[in-house]
Design a protein around this ligand. Sequence first.
Ligand code: NCD
Length: 344
Amino acid sequence: MNFVGKHILSVAQLSRSDVEQIFSVADKMIPYAQRQRITRVLAGAILSNLFFEASTRTRLSFGAAFNLLGGNVLETTGLASSSLVKGESLQDFARVISGYSDVIVMRHPDAGSVAEFAESSRSPVLNGGDGSNEHPTQALLDLYTIEKELNYRRKSLDGLRIAVVGDLKYGRAVHSLLKLLKVFHNITVHMVSPPDLRAPERVIAELQEAGHEVRDFDQLELGIQAVDVLYVTRTQEERFSSAAEAIKYKGLFRINQAVYTQHCEPNTVIMHPLPRDSRETAQELSEDLDSNPNLAVFRQTDNGLLIRMALFALILDVVDKIEFHSAPVAWRADPKKWEQPPFD
Ligand code: NCD
């Protein structure tokens, strides 16, 4: 697809060649994200970052990506401090904010709200997460990370075996990731969740229609065997009707080094969209895995910058206009070093 001026609301918009195009532009962004080079290609452009739900990495990563391309970022956070609490419609809101902005990122607690906002926006809108529905840029950065990690292990996305673990009902990151797997071939997905937190039927059906193999597990130890990637998620407690309801599921599946060593194949990649819940009641991904070189969670967050830079560059049509300046690194002794996977 031609990305120029397009909204990115759902991974359903993306074909395999779209995904590959985004990944190839993301690769070109590495020297800029690592501060070896600088560019001002988006000088004068404004991103409005509208975050009406809790966020740190997604919001800052969109902002940093835009800044790294030389653009300026406006931000607002929290519904309580927005004019939406005065009864303003998403339509009016979109007409106003899109006049201030060249591109908009929005996160909102209601499924479908970002698409509704986009209908009235005069500027392209990227979905930063709409309720439990979708989180398309997270899925892209996850898939980009999976591809890189598998490359080091001499494997490819086609043929991927992945276990998704935890709250598959409300987790929008995992919804988008599973939907995006449709464009690849011969995927095996282990769905590891309590029966009440299974992935939506539609998501499962789409994987099966694409010819992929879907297996259900309610026991962690069985579900995490014989996979290349373990994608662990947080219980989305903010989406449950009560804290008491959420507490039933928190801490049910805990992956630590001992569980990993006993049940996973050697070098199984460990991923999580973050934030992981490190409280005693949860610990879905134990901190004792931090020294395991297969833990890719911080490579995911680094890659998020590249994917978001690539999307901005494609949507604002500057991919071929990026000027290559050496970074005047007076403000930093070394180029920013990123964690590398422990393979040749
Ligand atoms: C996820 C989200 O907000 O959907 N976080 C993120 O954007 N990286 C996952 C989560 O909050 O559990």
